[in-house]
Every structure is written in C-alpha cells, then in structure tokens.
Design a protein around this ligand. Sequence first.
Ligand code: ADP
Ligand code: ZN
Ligand code: MG
Length: 635
Amino acid sequence: MATQSDPRPPRADEPPPAPPPLAQRLMRLIVLVVAVMLLVVALRGTWDSGRDWNSRISYSTFREQVISGNVQKVTIQGESIEGILVHTVHLDSPTGEEQEYARFITYLPSVGDEGLLALLEENGVEVETLPTGDGRWWPLLISWLPLILLFAVWMFFLMRTQGRMQSLLGLGGSGAKLYERTREATTFADVAGASAAKRELQEIIAFLRRPEQFTRLGAEIPKGVMIVGPPGTGKTLLARAVAGEAGVPFYSITGSDFMEMFVGVGARRVRDLFGSAKEAAPSIIFIDELDSIGRRRGTGLGGGHDEREQTLNQLLSELDGFEANENVIVMAATNRPDILDPALLRPGRFDRRVTVDLPTTSERVEILELHARRKPLDKDVDLEEVARGTPGFSGADLRNLLNEAALGAARRDRTSVGHDDVEEARDKILMGLEREGLALTERELRFLAYHEGGHALLAALLPHSDPVHKVTIIPRGRAMGSTHQLPERERHIYEREYMLERIVVLMGGRAAEELVFATMTSGAEDDLREATRLARKMVLDWGMSDRFGPMASERRREHVFLGEEIARGREYSEETAREVDEAVKEIVEECREQARGTIERNRAALDRIATRLLEKEVLTGDEVAELVKASSEAA
Ligand code: ADP
Ligand code: ZN
Ligand code: MG
C-alpha cells in the first residue's frame, strides 16, 4: 500500500559545467618547459662555439706574436688576454700585399708573467685592462637562463589561469556574470496560495517603494528576511515577486555557486555584491540556498571548509556593516534553517523569518489553475480532484505534473490534455516510471491482487477511514502494487478511530494473504513499518493507548518538513520503554485481529475484487465500492 507521503522523484538539477581538463593543461605546460630547456642547452652550445671566433692561441705563441709586432691591442681581464693579430699576407697580385686581422684569446699562466707589461710596452701594444668579473656577465646569465625562463613560463601560466578564473567568475572585464542583476517581471500574481507569506512580505515591498514613510517615524526597517520552507514551495519565486512588486533591482546569487569558488573569491564576491547593491539602492540582494554557505561553522567534516567559513564571515560582516537606512534588503532562502549558523539569525541580520509550507488542498487547486492557464484541458479534468489526490505535492511538483500530462497528451497526438494524461502523470511522479520488462509470475500476481484487495476492501468497509481512490497491481518504482485512499478534506485533527482504522487497513494486505494462501509474503514490509510507526505515535505523542494512558512523552517533536528529525536519546527509562513497546504491540495486534475478522466475514467481496484486479490491473474507488455492494447483496 502506498501512503500519501511517498517519496517524490528527485528534481534533476542541471549539472555544473565541467572545469577545463587540468591534466591537459599540465601536459602542455610540461611540454613547453622541456622545449625551453632544450633551446637553452642548444643556445649554450652555440655560445660556447662562439668563443672560437677568438681563436685560442698558446701563451708562448702570443709572446712570439707580440715580439714579431703582429699584435696591435690587447684587453686583459683577470687571466684572459684577448686581442687582435695583424698579419701581412703576401699575394701574387699587382697590389702585392694585404693586411689580415684575427681575434685571439689566451690565458696568463697561473705562475704569472712579470715581464708581460714591459714586453707589451716595448712592442708598442696598446693595453686595456678590465676589472675581473665585468663584461663577463653573460656566461652568468646563460647559466641562469633556464631558471629565468622557467619562472617566466610559470608567471605566464599563472596569469593566464588567473585570467581564465576571473572571466569564469565574472571578475575580469569579460562580461561573464558575477551575480545576476535583473528587473523582475514576476509579481505576486504568479504565486498561487502562500497567502500568509505574501502578507508578511507586503511590508518589505511597502518599505522599498516608500522608505521615507517608515524612516520618518523612526521605524527600523528589517535588513534581512529569510524565507524558509520545503523544496519547491516557491521560495525563489516569492523573492523574485517581491522585487517585481517593489520595482527595484534584484541582485541574486545562489549559495552553492559560492562553493565552487577558488580560495578567497567567495568573500570577494560577497563584497562586490553588497557594493553594487548599495550603489543601486533601493534594491534587493537575494541569496538562494543560504544553507550551503551558512552552515554552522566549525562543525564540518572533511576539508574545504575554510573557504566557506571565510565567505560566511564576509557575509556576516557585510550584514553588520550597512546601516538600516541604506535601503538595501537582504533576502535569503533555505529549506534547512536548522543547520544554519546561529550567528546568521541574530538581530540585525536575518531576523525576519517568513515560512512557506507545502500547499493545502485549496492552495493546490489555485496552483494547478495557475499553471493550467496556458494548457488546453479536457472537460473531464477536475483540478479539485487532482488536488485532493496530490497531498504532499509542492508547487513545483504540481507544475511538473501538468507539464508531464501535457507531454503525454502530445505524445498521443491529442489536441488537449485529458483526465488519463493527468492520472498517468500523477502516478509517474508519485512512484517513478512504470517498471518495464518486470514480468511477475501468475502466482505472484495472485498474491498481489489479494494483498491490495485486502487493503481496498477494508478501506471501503470501515466507517472512519478515507475512501478508496484507486487500487492497482501494476508495479511502479519500488511499490509492487498500491492502494490509494483520498481524504475528503485536509485533516488537522486525527480521531482515535481514524488512526486505528488506518492501521487496520494497513494490516489488511497481510491478513488477506494469510487467509487465502495460508502463508505470508515479503510484500507487507512497508505496511508493517508504517503501522508500527503510527501505533507508536498514538502511544507516545497522543496518549491514545488504554494501557499507557493519556501521557505524552517528553521526546522532541518531529519537524518533518524542516528535517529536524534529529535522533535524540530516549528520555524515559528502560522499564517505560518496555511498556511502550508492549502498548504499541497491543494496538497493532488488535488491528490485525480486526482486519482478519472483517476480511473473513467478507471473503466473497475480497475474491471479487482480487479477480477483477487480475483482469483489469487497475480499479477505481467506485468500482471497488460496487463490487463490495454486489457481494453483500448476493449474500
Ligand atoms: P523553491 O525555491 O522553494 O525550491 P521555486 O520557487 O524554485 O521553489 O519553485 C519552482 C517552481 O515551482 C516555480 O518556478 C513555480 O513555477 C512553481 N511554484 C512553486 N510554488 C508555487 C506557487 N505557490 N504558485 C505558483 N507556482 C509555484
Ligand atoms: Zn500493502
Ligand atoms: Mg529555490
């Protein structure tokens, strides 16, 4: 049996764009560095050979040449002596002879040559001396060149990657966006239901439109408003609508965007965001999914938290840093207020809280009507019935439902959306896609038909229980078959009889199996779990057990919506725990007995329902009621 709190399929969020392949960039860098190094080695080779321009001669040759008067000029630096040799070449030509010059280099012997200077002078050689080290800077440069080049290459890549990061984040001049600045066309007319939230936000709109009206009287305007509620309930939509109603610029950024940042950038973005919004005041800053940056500090597991904390700290200091009268309102949305850092909720920060809940039946009708506006619906589509059949659906789910229905109708080449399309879309969203190719054996199908028949029969017979909406033995998602009951109205108070009969209906599946096949199947797992949960709630929270009496335990109340279902230690003794268990068992046992008894007395009706289920696979509530009526008349 599928209950009303079936898990809805997860919304497929768009995957973030893949980062440029790092490995590829690294490869390119390595190739470049290797190439540069090769070049350096080659260059060094040519430089070395370049020294051969100054042909090296022995010291004794040098002396001889000086004495022969072939040396005009020398440059002495340290131990090296460079100079120019002049030869007179005799040619067999009319001009006779020609001068030939050649550079040379030689080295002073380490023992020295005291007579050298005198010798040079004697022979009229011009002597130039250079201090040691000077003029010889480039061998040094050459030996450092690889390092210098490496450094240059590194700088080049650093700058380039930074440039790319900046354009990625929109910090550079590339025009990519840092945050979104829009003039919203969304208004409250686009948000159905949520009347309480709209009323609370009305004040914010009034302030943004006419700030003087408030400041004149010395009223302090809230700076931060946090919209809290389950996913898909229209938080983002509401924030946009506030901006649209007030007609002010809307600066929006999503919390998770911050988390894709590189070190130091998240905090910078916050600064930029606040700076721009202040310039454009009056304006709204909207931080969607605040929980992804606003999580409690210092509790993180694993790494990567410094960046988040820096961003959060920056956000807190920006919130404190601007005056109440700067006409900037910071809005944020979250579905996990329980995990937010308490510092965010202090007065003067996000001190206003606006809650949006899952829509009630009448709100679901409004939302459906709003989204059905541009879809041609057949007359047989009753949106009120759809709304009754979709408890727990959020606004986003309802929109998705109508969209799926329209897609289904389009696939079938219809010109309008019919009742079947809507029903199919509902089942699809509720339980996942119809399982394909899962062939059940004859015997399994019979088990299933009697199991679901048991649930349906009891739901149809018991006076306090919700009427049957639909029974099916078509497996979908995790559920093999399912029985849906439709509450005739939203329930706020549960009578004891209603709760007990819900448990009886839950036990009906197993009871029918036992009665007909004299065995049990694994198909009752979810039923038993749900029955036990309900019985436990009756005993512990509602004081509805005879044995335990009207006493509620002090255990923390569950906040199902807001995920506060934090496991807490039991706050009662072992002995009490045992008593609670026994009271729960008593309730479940009693209900089981009632289920068996009722089914036994109406065995004929059960057979009819099961047989018809095997034929048609799906039965409506009316069909079940008819089968029950027919068998009681036959008896
Ligand atoms: P949240 O931010 O709470 O997760 P969204 O604002 O993103 O939800 O809602 C997603 C979509 O669902 C909206 O764009 C809108 O089409 C639809 N929706 C949600 N709530 C409502 C509502 N109350 N009225 C109309 N449409 C809604
Ligand atoms: Zn069941
Ligand atoms: Mg949202």
